[in-house]
Design a binder for this molecule. Structure first.
Ligand code: CA
Ligand code: CA
Length: 254
């Protein structure tokens, strides 16, 4: 009797398992179709890849992948728009270089100006908004799936030459401070020092080309919290860019 009851019970459990598996598989298929459907809605309503609560990761973009990464990108994008035209241009980069050079007592010459302009063109192309830039960024990644970080590192060599104002082959604390306070004037000396120490990997008191290239790369590409968020000076809660709408729609990127 006990054995018979046990067998019945076992059969019942098996039936429930099969039913559960069927339900889960059906739900899963429905969700896949739903993702595609919502993705189509997003593409119709936000053709430029703008923020939308309907967005799904696989159908929209590769970057930013998290709201944290988006906050990092927005923070610098907005800060670099010196002329307040709503986008980053070579004019902004020239201004950035000019201010940074003045902060270390130098005048930006044509060679250094050329590095700033080249760096800006490589990073931003002719994009005219944050979303434009993100699309451009993603196109670059998609066109160079195996070596986009390597190419980015090469671009950062130009950046290094731009920020090495006195051309001695290293970025000093003063040069670093000039760069980051030009775009974030509210940073304190402590904030600047904190950022510098985070990226001075060998602790020799100056930044090598390799150290700058790595930190700059990781600031943009790290999806999660790493020390490289301090690349532009100490990152804290105040550093978070964007608006309440950005926060509300951050699920687009997660
Ligand atoms: Ca230098
Ligand atoms: Ca160093």
């Amino acid at each position: 009797m006990i054995n018979a009851n046990a067998r019945e019970w076992c059969k019942m459990v098996q039936v429930v398992r099969v039913v559960l598996i069927c339900v889960i598989e059906t739900l899963s298929e429905m969700m896949d179709r739903n993702d595609e459907y919502l993705g189509n809605i997003h593409n119709e309503w936000c053709p430029r890849g703008g923020a939308s609560i309907f967005a799904t990761t696989s159908t929209i973009r590769r970057l930013p992948k998290t709201s944290f990464q988006e906050a990092k990108l927005r923070r610098v994008y907005e800060a670099k728009d010196f002329d307040n035209k709503g986008y980053v241009s070579t004019n902004d980069y020239e201004t950035w270089g000019k201010i940074a050079a003045e902060k270390v007592g130098l005048v930006m010459d044509d060679e250094i100006k050329g590095y700033w302009v080249t760096a800006c063109q490589s990073y931003f192309g002719d994009t005219k908004s944050f979303d434009d830039w993100i699309d451009y960024f993603n196109a670059f990644i998609e066109n160079n799936p195996d070596n986009y970080e390597e190419i980015s590192r090469d671009i950062n060599v130009t950046v290094f030459k731009a920020i090495d104002s006195n051309k001695d082959g290293v970025v000093s604390v003063a040069e670093y401070k000039a760069i980051v306070t030009a775009i974030f004037p509210d940073l304190t000396d402590d904030d600047v020092e904190y950022g510098f120490n985070m990226i001075d990997e060998d602790g020799d008191g100056v930044l090598s080309q390799e150290e700058v290239a790595t930190a700059w790369l990781r600031y943009y590409y790290d999806e999660e919290d790493t020390k490289y968020k301090h690349f532009y000076g100490r990152w804290d809660e105040k550093s978070k860019g964007g608006s309440i709408w950005t926060w509300l729609t951050s699920s687009c990127y997660e």
